[in-house]
Design a protein around this ligand. Structure first.
Ligand code: AMP
Ligand code: MG
Length: 406
C-alpha cells in the first residue's frame, strides 16, 4: 500500500527551526563522575565547597612569621613552619619562625616578612622597616568558604574548574550523562577515504567530519557504516542508529528519487518536526524525534553538512548535557567585501577573520558552493547574511559563527 506523501511546507525561518529543536531536547540523567574523569563534562547540579579554601591561615610568601609589634627590630629564629609540617609551638615576643608559602601561620604570629626583606645570620634576623599586621597572610576561607556555591549546574568543567573542584575537596561530581550519538552517512556512491574509487564514486567525507565535529561536544559516537541508496539498507542502518540519544544522518533528505532518509525515518516511527529551513547552504535539513531520540537529517553536500551541524546539532548535543550556554555563539564584525543577498533565505557564507578580534573584518572566501569543502577548510567562520534584495556593502556589520577547530 502506498503511504501518504511526506509533509511539505515553506522553508522555516532559522530561529523557528532552532526553537523547535530546543523544545525537543530533554537533558540527560545526572550521574556521579570521578573528578579525574570530569574534564569536559557538564555539571548537572550546583556544587558547593566541601572545605574552607585555604583551610587554615597560611603564608603567601617564603619568609618569616613574626609579630608586627616587634618590627622594626631584631628577632630570634626559633623554628620552622613548612608546607604540610606546621610549627608545633607558639610565637613569643622577639621571636620569628621561618615559614614557607602555604605553610600554617604559627599561633602568636600576625604577619609574614618576605625573605628578601630581612637581613639574617647566626639564627637571628633584622627587619629594618615597620610591618603591618596581616601582611602576606592568607586567611582561611579567603578563596571560598565551606558550603558556599562554587560552580553552577550547566557549567562545563575545564582545567580551571577541575583545579577549583579538587582544591575544594570534591572527588566526585554530579554530571549529566554523555549523549550517545549515531552518525550515519547515506549514498551508494560513498567509499572510505583511501579506498580505490570506481567511476562515479566519492570519498565519504561527511562521516569523518561529523565524527571530528562531535568530539569537542563530549558525545560518545557510534559510526554506522554508510548506507546504500535502497530502502532496505536505510531501514536497517537507521533502526540501529535510533537506539541512540541522537541520530545524525547525512544525505538523502532532498527531493531526488534516491533521497530515502525521511521515508525510512517515518517507517521507523520518527515524527518529523520540520523539513526545510530558509538557509543556504542547508535548506533540506530535516528534524524529528522518536521518543527522546533527536533525529537530524543533514543535507549531503559537505558544506551543508558542516553548517547545519554547527547551527543545529552542536547546540542540541550541548543542551542534552544541560549546558548553560548552548546556543550558537555568534560574534559580530564588518564585511570586508560586498555580498549579495537572497530573497527569503539567510546565507551562511564562509569567511576569513582578520584585524581586531573584538570587531574583526570578515572576508568572504572565493568558492561559496555547498560542495566546496576544500575551500571551506580555509574558513574561520560563517558570516550570517540576512535575506533581502540587492547586496550588503563592504563595512556592513553582520554576525558570524566561529568554526571551531577544536
Ligand atoms: P544527497 O543529498 O544525498 O543528494 O547528497 C548531496 C551531495 O552530497 C551529493 O553530491 C553527494 O554525493 C554528496 N554527499 C552525500 N553524502 C556525502 C558524504 N558522506 N561525503 C561526501 N559527500 C557526500
Ligand atoms: Mg544521496
Amino acid at each position: 500500500m502506498a503511504s501518504a506523501p511526506l509533509p511539505t511546507h515553506a522553508p522555516l525561518p532559522i530561529d523557528e527551526a532552532l526553537a523547535i529543536v530546543a523544545a525537543a531536547v530533554t537533558p540527560l540523567a545526572v550521574e556521579p563522575v570521578a573528578l579525574a574523569d570530569a574534564y569536559g563534562r557538564f555539571l548537572g547540579e550546583d556544587v558547593r565547597a566541601a572545605v574552607d579554601l585555604p583551610s587554615f591561615p597560611s603564608s603567601a610568601m617564603d619568609g618569616f612569621a613574626v609579630r608586627a609589634a616587634d618590627t622594626p627590630g631584631e628577632l630570634r629564629i626559633v623554628g620552622e613552619s613548612a608546607a604540610g609540617a606546621p610549627y608545633a609551638g607558639s610565637l613569643a615576643a622577639g621571636e620569628a619562625i621561618a615559614i614557607s608559602t602555604g605553610a600554617v601561620m604559627p599561633a602568636g604570629a600576625d604577619t609574614v616578612v618576605p625573605v628578601e626583606d630581612v637581613e639574617q645570620g647566626d639564627g637571628r634576623l633584622r627587619v629594618a622597616e615597620p610591618r603591618e599586621r596581616e601582611g602576606h597572610v592568607r586567611h582561611a576561607g579567603s578563596d571560598i568558604r565551606r558550603g558556599a556555591p562554587l560552580l553552577d549546574a550547566g557549567t562545563r568543567i575545564g582545567a580551571a574548574q577541575v583545579g577549583a573542584l579538587a582544591a575544594a575537596g570534591l572527588g566526585e561530581l554530579p554530571c549529566r550523562a554523555l549523549p550517545r550519538v549515531a552518525i550515519l552517512t547515506t549514498g551508494t556512491e560513498l567509499r572510505p577515504p583511501g579506498a580505490t574509487l570506481a567511476e562515479g564514486e566519492i570519498y565519504d567525507s561527511n562521516g569523518p567530519m561529523l565524527s571530528a565535529a562531535l568530539r569537542s561536544t563530549g558525545a560518545i559516537e557510534t559510526r554506522i557504516p554508510a548506507a546504500a541508496d535502497t530502502a532496505q539498507a536505510h531501514r536497517a542502518a537507521l533502526a540501529r542508529a535510533l537506539e541512540h540519544d541522537v541520530v545524525i544522518t547525512s544525505g538523502g533528505v532532498s527531493v531526488g528519487g534516491h533521497d530515502l532518509v525521511r521515508e525510512a525515518n517515518r517507517e521507523l516511527g520518527v515524527e518529523e518536526r520540520f523539513w526545510q529551513v530558509a538557509i543556504r547552504p542547508g535548506k533540506p535539513l530535516s528534524f524529528g524525534v522518536r521518543g527522546r531520540t533527536l533525529v537530524f537529517g543533514l543535507p549531503g553536500n559537505p558544506v551543508s553538512t558542516l553548517v547545519t551541524f554547527e547551527l543545529f546539532v552542536r547546540p542540541a548535543v550541548l543542551a542534552a548535557q544541560g549546558a548553560r550556554d548552548h546556543s550558537p555563539a555568534f560574534g559580530s564584525g564588518a564585511l570586508g567585501a560586498a555580498v549579495p543577498r537572497r530573497l527569503g533565505r539567510e546565507d551562511f557564507i564562509r569567511v576569513r577573520l582578520s584585524g581586531d578580534a573584538q570587531a574583526p573584518t570578515l572576508t568572504p572566501l572565493k568558492g561559496q558552493q555547498s560542495h566546496q569543502i576544500a575551500v571551506t577548510a580555509g574558513a574561520d567562520a560563517l558570516a550570517r547574511i540576512p535575506a533581502g534584495r540587492g547586496e550588503l556593502a563592504a563595512g556592513e556589520i553582520v554576525s558570524y559563527l566561529p568554526l571551531r577547530s577544536f
